[in-house]
Design a protein around this ligand. Structure first.
Ligand SMILES: Cc1cc2nc3c(=O)[nH]c(=O)nc-3n(C[C@H](O)[C@H](O)[C@H](O)COP(=O)(O)OP(=O)(O)OC[C@H]3O[C@@H](n4cnc5c(N)ncnc54)[C@H](O)[C@@H]3O)c2cc1C
Length: 415
């Protein structure tokens, strides 16, 4: 018996043992390339015939993504990551680490929202770091890993490309997915990670771009020690931000457009525990006053009950009127909630499709785009890690193994 045959027999014994102990994930990984269904644990496997049955079931499940459909296509991207914020970059780390050719599309804001802030005090491992430095370090790490892999092997599997372009359309009616870009490219993506983040709702008033108008109390509160600040908004986020700020600022004023807060009763109760938080009702921001050098100085408000305008001096304006997830690109085929956040199912990065797209697999989401709660850089990175791992696992399951990567290599997209 040859060495290869021995290995093969040992591998089958290992798989059956793992299945017996219900370690379905390990079983799948152990047979990477030999496609075994995730439903294996429901099938009593006693001999090789049963493995064949299980394999067939698996192939039915992933029929839509028959790897042979990629043959003959050009501009193939095994792992396409849309967005280069912490979520997209973290996912790409696993694409490269998983030895899969990965393309990260920067979109309208290369590096994502962190590039719009200065000092970040809650990125683990750094007492204080600039937002842009986090992104630069991540990119260097990813590129470094890809370069290391490139040196070690003859094929360019684990390479990463950063594409300065914006995705304009994704067609999931066939697989590989046809993805169009602003600059006229058509990419054939085997798997997609959507990491397009979200944008803060803006006030749309004069002065809102002045230094001192900010959207992240969690990030900027320490910079307002003993200062007077206002928060615009009446929901849970505004209440949460107020409490965050009250630990640093001397006076915090919440500006509410209606005659009551939208925040939960519990939040409202908690607010009352802070002597330095006050609430002004029935007021709407008309203008932020100040200058580009010295920043915010005051805010002009309209009182809807008294029907008059007045000015309140302040050192900072925190806007907490909600987020708009950047999900326009995918909301025709991906299920989103009433706010536009992508809904996830099962393993948290799996995207739930609308019924007519139920057969579509291989599209994952991560970061603020799918996060109703935290909207923080590190949590976005964490979700990105999960999406990267899920995408790799999907590629393995459909039979995208090193052999297939080698066959497709010459037709893969390169920047
Ligand atoms: C001023 C400010 C300060 C902040 N400070 C902190 C802080 O101190 N600590 C903290 O933890 N968090 C902070 N945050 C929040 C943090 O930045 C976000 O939670 C985090 O960036 C979310 O990461 P993400 O990868 O999900 O999305 P984003 O960082 O928003 O990245 C989204 C990416 O998607 C791309 N994109 C969008 N549409 C397309 C498209 N059609 N095609 C291709 N690409 C597309 C964008 O160009 C961008 O690269 C701050 C946010 C702001 C605005």
């Amino acid at each position: 018996m040859t060495h290869a045959q021995n290995i093969s027999i040992l591998r089958h014994i290992l798989v059956i043992a793992l299945i017996f102990f219900d370690f379905e994930g390990y079983a799948r990984d152990a047979v990477a390339g030999n496609v075994i269904t995730k439903n294996l644990k429901n099938i009593a496997i006693t001999n090789h015939k049963d493995i064949t049955t299980a394999t067939k079931e698996f192939q039915t499940e992933f029929k839509f993504c028959d790897i042979n459909k990629a043959l003959g296509l050009y501009n193939i991207v095994p792992m396409l990551i849309i967005g280069s914020g912490p979520a997209g970059l973290a996912a790409s780390l696993y694409g490269v680490g998983g030895n899969v050719r990965t393309v990260v599309v920067h979109g309208p804001l290369p590096g994502g929202l962190l590039t719009q802030t200065t000092e970040v005090e809650n990125w683990p491992g750094h007492a204080l770091i600039m937002g842009e430095d986090i992104i630069e370090k991540l990119q260097n790490q990813i590129q470094g890993l890809a370069d290391k892999y490139l040196k070690k092997q003859t094929m360019n599997l684990g390479i990463v490309d950063f594409l300065f372009d914006t995705i304009t359309h994704i067609d999931v009616s066939s697989w590989p997915f046809k993805v169009s870009t602003d600059q006229g490219l058509t990419l054939n993506a085997l798997s997609i990670v959507i990491a397009t983040g979200s944008s803060h709702k803006k006030l749309h008033v004069v002065g809102e771009n002045l230094p001192g108008v900010t959207y992240c109390a969690k990030c900027d509160a320490p910079f307002y020690k003993d200062k007077e600040v206002v928060i615009v908004g009446g929901g849970d986020s505004a209440a949460e931000d107020a409490m965050q700020l009250a630990r640093h600022a001397q006076q915090v004023t919440i500006l509410v457009r209606k005659n009551k807060l939208k925040a939960s009763a519990l939040m409202q109760m908690r607010l009352h525990e802070y002597a330095n938080i006050k609430i002004m009702y029935n007021v709407e921001v008309q203008e932020v006053l100040g200058d580009v050098h010295e920043g915010v100085k005051a805010i002009k408000l309209i009182d809807h009950v008294e029907n008059n305008s007045f000015v309140v001096s302040t050192d900072g304006v925190f806007v907490a009127i909600g987020h708009i997830p950047n999900s326009d690109l995918v909301k025709d085929f991906v299920k989103t909630d009433e706010h536009g956040n992508i809904e996830l199912k099962g393993r948290s990065q799996t995207v739930v499709m609308k019924d007519e797209f139920a057969h579509v697999q291989g599209v994952f989401a991560a970061g603020d785009i799918a996060d109703k709660l935290y909207k923080q850089a590190y949590s976005a990175g964490g979700y990105g890690v999960g999406a990267g791992i899920d995408a790799i696992s999907f590629l393995t399951n459909i039979g995208f193994n090193p052999k297939m990567a080698h066959i497709l290599e010459k037709n893969m997209f390169k920047v």
